[in-house]
Design a protein around this ligand. Structure first.
Ligand code: HEM
Length: 479
């Protein structure tokens, strides 16, 4: 099975280097390099790996070095560092315009650990089971008007699906004016990240100039303010509800209620400002990434007919009314999702880890202030871990188990993605529902390459699907 990617000629079999080399440039050349990283991220990484090996360094003479880490042994040791040794907030500060200063993304050390403890329970264990039917229901809602013969852009319905799931999980809403408005506004807010040009103020703070509603930054700030008002209104109403004597707060499973009730080790509740920033973080982190992964899955499954046939056979064996939790456990479907997140990880690196002290990791000496970037894309393309890495071959995940430092689409260590289990459920149940209900095709058979979308990589927004026929539709359940 072959794909469009060029053969990997990266020197992974080189003897290990213990001092790091990398591209050096100043002024205009530095800006051009940044533009290349923004516009052609995978080619930028491939070129550097070819020239310098899987670990390379940027800067370091007058600025603090930034090291792309494509050596799994070094990544293993990075994932063992804690939040007092390695900081992510300094480099995540670029996201503050979106998520606010209290977001978990902008915290390190003890405050970060506290926020993680409060945020993680709704995404694990039995809580997750409650999302199974919700995901298949929302998949059917977003595809309800698909007609045979129709050609449609793949991303908008996948984004509606993941936004619907995270809004329902966070607020417990199924309908209402606030849901409809927030859904619309979040979609528009994310469209700012659809192209490198509209997202340019993220990378170049000098462009953050408010020239009124017609300027990109002015429009962005106005939208962000309206989202803020809606979320604060919901927090206020929910606090008032919970204060009513007859409310059974234990019957509520939405994340906002759980966060309102959560207390840290000192018995402290989250403030409104913290709640707001965490909710925006969950809405953004939880929907943009998963939508991109769903579009990749639609691409690979319809680009490679043998993958689709195997999936259809596995799904057919479960019968037409399969339980979503049984779907989520299917081995080949799981392997297809894992392979889609391997070949083009949604984030080409994890968050950076900025070292507070000098440290030696797997025989490399790093100075204090070095920003280490576990390079997911580079590790996922290593032929020693993934033979023929440019081929989409789900079977590799059935044949061997990968360690957390060898397969890292959700990062690792003390900052590992808190929504990974929910995201995997969305991918598996969303795709299985669509395959059960529709026969789809790619109208354009040309290979698709990743495009920049904000800080992530995604299939280009222009990717289309064709609805060939409708198989059968199951009525949505009454959750
Ligand atoms: C396919 C979908 C997703 C991918 C590929 C993804 C990937 C990632 C990655 C790479 C990180 C950084 C981890 C690190 O630096 O070690 C991260 C962090 C995070 N993700 Fe996800 N994610 C996905 C879905 C979600 C969902 C559904 C949610 C929430 C519902 C979520 C919430 C978060 C949060 C809150 C963090 C920050 C964790 C921290 O700083 O401690 N993500 N994600």
């Amino acid at each position: 099975m072959t794909t469009q990617m060029a053969e990997n000629t990266a020197p992974f079999d080189r003897p290990p280097q213990r001092t790091l080399d990398g591209p050096k440039a100043k002024g205009l050349r530095r800006t051009l390099r940044l533009l290349r990283l923004i516009l052609r991220p995978t080619q930028y990484l491939d070129d550097n790996v070819r020239r310098y090996g899987p670990m390379f360094q940027i800067g370091g003479d007058s600025s603090s070095p930034l090291v792309y880490v494509g050596d799994p042994e070094v990544v293993r040791e990075i994932f063992l560092l804690d939040g007092t040794q390695a900081l992510s907030a300094p480099t995540n500060a670029v996201l503050q315009v979106m998520v606010g200063e209290h977001s978990i993304l902008l915290l390190d050390g003890a405050p970060h650990q506290r926020q993680r403890k409060l945020l993680m329970p709704p995404f694990h264990g039995d809580r997750l089971r409650t999302y199974g039917h919700l995901i298949s229901d929302i998949t059917r809602q977003v595809s309800a008007d698909w007609q045979p013969g129709q050609s449609l852009l793949a991303r908008p319905p996948m984004q509606a699906l993941t936004l619907g799931v995270i809004l329902q999980a966070v607020f417990g809403w199924r309908e209402g004016a606030r849901l409809a408005e927030l859904q619309r506004l979040m979609g528009t807010l994310l469209d700012f990240f659809a192209t490198p040009i509209s997202a340019s103020f993220l990378f170049f703070p000098a462009l953050r100039k408010d020239w009124g509603a017609a300027s990109p930054w002015g429009r962005f700030v106005a939208l962000r303010e309206r989202v803020r008002q809606l979320i604060y209104a919901e927090i206020r109403d929910r606090r008032a509800d919970l204060a009513q004597p007859d409310v059974d707060s234990h019957a509520k499973t939405d994340i906002l209620t759980l966060l309102l009730l959560a207390r840290d080790e000192q018995g402290q509740a989250m403030t409104d400002a913290e709640l707001h920033d965490e909710i925006v973080t969950l809405l953004l982190a939880g929907h943009e990434t998963t939508a991109s992964a769903l579009v990749w899955l639609l691409y690979w499954i319809h680009y490679l007919p043998e993958v689709q046939q195997k999936l259809q056979a596995e799904l057919a064996a479960l019968g037409p009314q399969a339980d979503p939790m049984a779907i989520a456990q299917l081995p080949y479907l799981t392997a297809v999702c894992q392979e889609a997140l391997r070949i083009y990880p949604i984030t080409p690196t994890t968050f950076a880890r900025v070292l507070r002290e000098p440290i030696t990791l797997a025989d490399y000496d790093f100075a204090a202030g070095t920003a280490l970037l576990p390079a997911t894309y580079i590790i996922h393309q290593r032929p020693d871990l993934y033979p023929q890495p440019r081929e989409f071959r789900p079977e590799r995940f059935l044949e061997r188990q990968y360690a957390p430092h060898e397969y890292l689409p959700f990062g690792g260590g003390h900052r590992r993605c808190i929504g990974s289990a929910l995201a995997m459920m969305e991918l598996k149940i969303g795709i299985a529902t669509l395959l059960q209900d529709f026969a789809l095709a790619l109208p354009d058979r040309r290979p698709v390459l990743p495009a920049r979308r904000g800080l992530t990589l995604a299939p280009p927004a222009s990717m289309r699907l064709q609805v060939k026929s409708q198989r059968h539709s199951t009525p949505t359940s009454n959750l």
